[in-house]
Design a protein. Sequence first.
Length: 266
Amino acid sequence: MAFLEVRNIHKQFGDLVVLKGIDFDLERGEVLSIIGSSGNGKTTLLRCINFLEIASVGTIALDGEEIFSADKKYTDKELTKIQHDIGLVFQSFNLFPQYTALQNVTLALDVKAENELKEQKIGYFQRKKLMKDIKKENIEYAKSILDKVGLIDKIDYYPCQLSGGQQQRVAIARALSLKPKILCFDEPTSALDPELTGEVLRVIKELKSPEIAMIIVTHEMKFAKEVSDKVIFMADGLIEEMGTTEQIFEKSQNPKTLAFLGNFAE
Ligand SMILES: Nc1ncnc2c1ncn2[C@@H]1O[C@H](COP(=O)(O)OP(=O)(O)OP(=O)(O)O)[C@@H](O)[C@H]1O
Ligand SMILES: [Mg+2]
């Protein structure tokens, strides 16, 4: 059984069928890039894997356990819990403007810890007491993660005081701090000026490790080629072609893949 097994995912919005049966496997430590033209359902697929959208058909298994089946109903609480295993970094950072870089990371950690204590049915006053120490630990841990993405000297800056690339690195630190099993990126550099994309791509590349699997929707073909173990080319809500970077970028015979990649030829 693969680490992540995505099976037969369908999604429609009203009459618009966006995903028409998506199947793929991903192993721990692997990086998967998803490429394809605009409007083909790449973001929708990531959102279904993160349960920000609920697939109409299909199942998802992670680490030997079925975490989603479209046949079942889930409460918001259940969805939040499985979302902790699957981080998502958005195109537009989605930081809280009223909080510093450090607070943006610690807030996510504190909420997660508090939810876990609630789940263990620990009462209000005991929880308050425990959270005091946990919050202190979270600050130190958040600092170490912000250090990892090269922002230790910016921890007290507010998002408006940071460049786009720095804001995206805070968003990456926030997602990473929750220790997800899968980390997803939806065009992490598309809102950035070209001179800022390099620093973000470098950080993502450095995150590649045997502990985590990553799924990256990107239009940065050079980056996808460098970082990926697998590539999916999506067209019309389906996986048109899937393979190693070599199979997709060097050896593809598929006319749709070739036409798409032709747009990026230098
Ligand atoms: N919440 C929604 N309600 C209705 N339609 C939606 C919704 N989300 C996405 N869609 C539609 O689904 C289709 C696929 O959108 P999606 O954002 O997944 O494409 P994409 O491949 O990520 O495109 P891009 O490369 O431009 O980001 C589009 O036609 C879009 O309008
Ligand atoms: Mg998109």
